[in-house]
Design a protein around this ligand. Structure first.
Ligand SMILES: *Cc1c(COP(=O)(O)O)cnc(C)c1O
Length: 267
């Protein structure tokens, strides 16, 4: 039990040190005035008891990529979020089916993986429905309600030759560039009730050069910020590439295995 806490603490400190060090690397787009980089600990495949241990050593922001798993953990640990003076936040970071939106808005403060208009609409609908039930005193509020709404990140593909997104390719369309699609989704997030656009999120292609991918993401973020100045967050960087992501302006890194240890092979 305690051994696990100490292990988590040591790994967490190492990652925090690495983030602090990367934050002073001004070789790409950061400078002295750049904001601090936030750390989200990705707890997928690890039990709620580990999340509790993380909380006990100061972690207040965790990320999950499957609703089935996340919703159970969040429910088990609701004393850490509801009416807690120093609440834990759950971010949803994985592929999301529209029919899971209803569940996700119950516990998530933000969704990092909005990659299509239909998902934005489903989240807005689920959020509004839950808010209506809350106001009719039939249910609890969506968790993000007390924070002013559900913050959404537009997930963009960072494949070099992905001129068309997967969905558009399937429809036989060439599609706009990723940046154009991202701007359209951002616009929608700004218009829909209960939601707002926080910025962009990206995962570099497997085997690709992370610097190139994160530079691309920074470019898309810059275009987004011209239109929506407050949508200035960049969710980028995982255990293997967080230094590169931070050099290229990441404002929030999503780190799993470097803190939690290796995940079980079966995913
Ligand atoms: C699993 C996951 C992470 C964390 O990955 P690690 O390599 O374990 O740090 C980050 N982002 C997303 C979207 C993930 O699914």
């Amino acid at each position: 039990m305690n051994e696990r806490v100490e292990e988590l603490r040591a790994r967490l400190e190492k990652v925090q040190d690495a983030i602090a060090e990367a934050s002073t690397d001004y070789s790409a787009v950061r400078n002295e005035t750049s904001r601090d980089v936030e750390l989200m600990v990705v707890t997928k495949f690890f039990p709620a008891s580990d999340v509790k241990k993380l909380y006990s050593i100061g972690v207040r922001h965790v990320g999950e990529n499957r609703d089935q798993e996340a919703s159970v953990k969040a429910r088990d640990l609701d004393s850490l979020t509801l009416n807690n003076e120093s609440p834990l936040r759950w971010s949803f970071i994985g592929q999301l089916q529209t029919n899971k939106a209803k569940s996700v808005v119950r516990y998530a403060t933000d969704v990092h993986s909005v990659d299509r208009p239909s998902l934005a609409k489903a989240l807005a609908k689920a959020y509004t429905n839950q808010l209506n039930r809350y106001e009719a005193e039939e249910d609890s509020a969506p968790l993000a309600h007390s924070l002013g709404g559900l913050k959404c990140f537009v997930q963009v593909s960072l494949d070099e030759d992905a001129a068309a997104t997967a969905g558009q390719a399937a429809e036989g369309k060439r599609g706009g560039s990723d940046a154009d699609a991202a701007l359209e989704i951002a616009q929608l997030l700004e218009e829909l009730p209960g939601l707002s656009c926080a910025g962009v999120m990206g995962v570099p292609p497997l085997g690709g050069d992370p610097d190139q991918a994160f530079e691309r993401l920074y470019g898309i973020s810059s275009r987004l910020r011209e239109q929506f100045p407050h949508a200035d967050q960049i969710s980028a960087g995982m255990s293997g590439d967080m230094e590169s992501a931070i050099r290229w302006g990441s404002t929030i890194v999503r780190v799993g295995s470097q803190i939690m240890g290796p995940r079980p092979l079966v995913q």
